[in-house]
Design a protein around this ligand. Structure first.
Ligand code: ARG
Length: 602
């Protein structure tokens, strides 16, 4: 239990104790908030004499409201608060009344026992909560585009979103992972034209996705010289929209090729989705939303196009239908929002999409808000406040962002293959006898790439640097995995069960206390990640935990020798092994929530 958590629990118990101890006075003043947990917390002081307690609450500010004497207040409230704390189980926190103060005493051994016993008992379920009971959260992530390669931006979305989905699930939400591939839009007109002009059956074999990208890049180059190509592409897309069989057949083939590629990547990353539908799924749902917006009086015609004027100087109008009748990416998202709301009645719907699309989402959200306001819907039927764009920065290689159009994109699979190859070389050097070397290299190579995307706040750019990402010592995935594997090897060496009678008071070094304190913080780290929609909070927490444990591992005794975890002292060794098991449990579960595997040997 950290000091902050103790203060929170103290404040909660004392606030409730005030209410129970002074029911009449509470009737009149209680609701002013003077006795709320927040107020109590704000009034906490540090006792002059540390032996009195870790922190204390003076009762003097409350005397007038309660019309009572300091000693009476202190002793009544302390008694009530202590029984509330006891009801919560042995927590090591107790309150004593002295001279008008409520002093908080912390029994560190009891706290360690409480934390470690809870982890040993709950194992991977430690940190689970029911914060989200009865609430559905949709997390959309990945959303790559058909006939284009899966880019690093999609990689980052996939990794952030997959982790958020797991985190919300851990917190008890009905968490739905959604993939929304881009399988519709004018680019398919371009692809069809390019394929007919320069493609062949062969280009759909072998490395088909790369061939399709080459065609796409070539289209843009040639279109700079020959403007007629753009018209041809528009016509081709029109044909596709009209369901012309040949265009449709080509589009289907592009889709099959791309989906196979995406699925390979998801398998490699260990990423899953609960629902997958592409943009084209919304084709027959757009008229309904356009009609609805018309009925709400929000649609105007501008140069033959249908738009919604957002009445906001910062935002251009939302374009629903072009003058040639074509619908847009925006139109599909609007239809999709209505669809998702009707299907899931979500508590929240997250769009994990690069920050470069911030305006697109601002526009769509504004349209929904205007629509719901125009319709005077009651709060419970409104979704506008429940839709969130979860943006993130660029992924840069050597300081440069990658874009598909220029064809300079680094293929995701190449990144992963390279990571696996480099890790394999490292392992061969460090641990050439490792049995499952290929599987392990894969777990670590993938882990390195995944962690690199989560170890900076999502709004910031990631500067991808091979040496940094793959280091076993830096703030990396492999470092966490390596720490985990090292602890597993300790457990193997120990080779015995840790029984029920562990004496936690034997863990009496500063370094060990710090580890237990951090272990107790795990549930908060998960909540922080969820509250900020950013697994970064969990990622950095795990780095702190691993760092703290490595201090235990390297601790030297008074003679300057490493104080080995496994020693002749059986009782001490057992207590330390309980600590090791707890760290392994939290590391492994934490890594899982980030989307990383935790090999037991490496
Ligand atoms: N496929 C799009 C792209 O690659 C991202 C889709 C994001 N999701 C959404 N609902 N608009 O740019």
């Amino acid at each position: 239990m950290s000091l902050e958590q103790d203060k929170d629990r103290f404040a909660d118990a004392v606030a409730e104790a005030f209410r129970q101890s002074y029911p009449e006075q509470f009737e009149t003043v209680g609701e002013t908030g003077a006795f709320s947990a927040g107020e109590v917390r704000a009034k906490l002081e540090k006792p002059k004499d540390a032996r009195m307690g870790r922190f204390a609450l003076p009762v003097f500010p409350y005397l007038k409201l309660l019309r009572a004497k300091p000693d009476d207040v202190a002793s009544r409230v302390a008694a009530a608060a202590n029984s509330l704390l006891e009801e919560d189980g042995d927590s090591g926190l107790s309150i004593s009344a002295d001279g008008g103060y409520l002093n908080a005493k912390i029994d560190q051994v009891a706290q360690m026992r409480a934390t470690l016993a809870e982890i040993l008992r709950k194992q991977a379920a430690f940190g689970n909560s029911n914060d989200g009971a009865g609430k559905t959260i949709l997390v959309e992530y990945s959303a790559p585009n058909i006939a284009k390669p899966f880019g690093v931006g999609h990689l980052r979305s996939t990794i952030i979103g997959n982790s958020l989905r797991l985190i919300f699930k851990k917190l008890g939400y009905h968490s739905v992972g959604l993939n929304y591939p881009g399988d519709w839009g004018t680019q398919f007109g371009k692809m069809i034209v390019a394929f007919r002009k320069w493609g062949s059956e062969e280009s759909l074999q072998g490395n088909a996705v790369r061939n399709l990208l080459d065609l796409y890049v070539r289209f843009h180059k040639e279109a700079e010289r020959d403007a007629a190509l753009e018209d041809e592409a528009r016509l081709a897309f029109k044909n596709l929209e009209d369901g012309e069989p040949e265009a449709t057949k080509l589009w289907e083939r592009f889709k099959t090729i791309s989906y196979a590629e995406f699925d390979r990547i998801y398998t490699l990353l260990g990423v899953e989705f609960d629902v997958v539908y592409g943009e084209s799924f919304l084709n027959d749902k757009m008229n309904a939303v356009i009609d609805r917006l018309k009925r709400d009086g929000l649609v105007t015609v501008s140069d033959g196009a249908l738009i919604v004027d957002l009445k906001d100087p910062q935002l251009p109008p939302s374009l629903l239908r072009r003058s040639d009748g074509a619908t847009l990416y925006q139109t599909r998202d609007l239809a999709g929002m209505v669809y998702r709301w009707e299907r899931w009645h979500f508590h929240e719907c997250l769009y994990v999409v690069g920050s470069s699309q911030a305006d697109h989402f601002k526009q769509a959200l504004k349209v929904i808000e205007m629509m719901e306001t125009a319709e005077q819907l009651p709060e419970a039927q409104r979704m506008a406040q429940r839709l969130r764009h979860i943006g993130f920065g660029w992924v840069k290689f050597g300081g440069k962002a990658m874009k598909t159009r220029e064809g300079t994109l680094i293929f995701l699979e190449e990144v992963i293959d390279e990571a696996v190859k480099l890790v394999r070389e490292k392992i061969e050097e460090k641990n050439p006898d490792l049995k499952a070397i290929d599987e392990t290299a894969l777990m670590i190579g993938v882990g390195a790439v995944v962690f690199s995307q989560l170890s900076v706040r999502r709004h910031k750019d990631v500067n991808f640097d091979w040496d940094e990402v793959l280091s076993f010592e830096g703030e990396t995935g492999p470092y966490l995995q390596y720490t985990h594997a090292r602890l597993c090897s300790l457990l193997r060496n120990y080779g015995r069960e840790v029984g029920a009678g562990v004496d936690f008071s034997l863990l009496d070094h500063e370094e060990e206390h710090r580890v237990v304190e951090l272990l107790a913080d795990f549930p908060d780290a998960i909540r922080d990640a969820a509250a900020n929609y950013d697994s970064y909070y969990l990622a950095t927490y795990l780095l702190r935990l691993a760092g703290a444990f490595n201090k235990v591992y390297q601790r030297k005794d008074s003679q300057g020798r490493i104080d080995k975890i496994i020693s002749e002292n059986r009782a001490l060794t057992e207590a330390r092994m309980a600590l090791v098991i707890s760290v392994v449990t939290v590391l492994r579960e934490g890594l899982r929530l980030l989307g990383l595997k935790a090999p037991e040997e490496m």
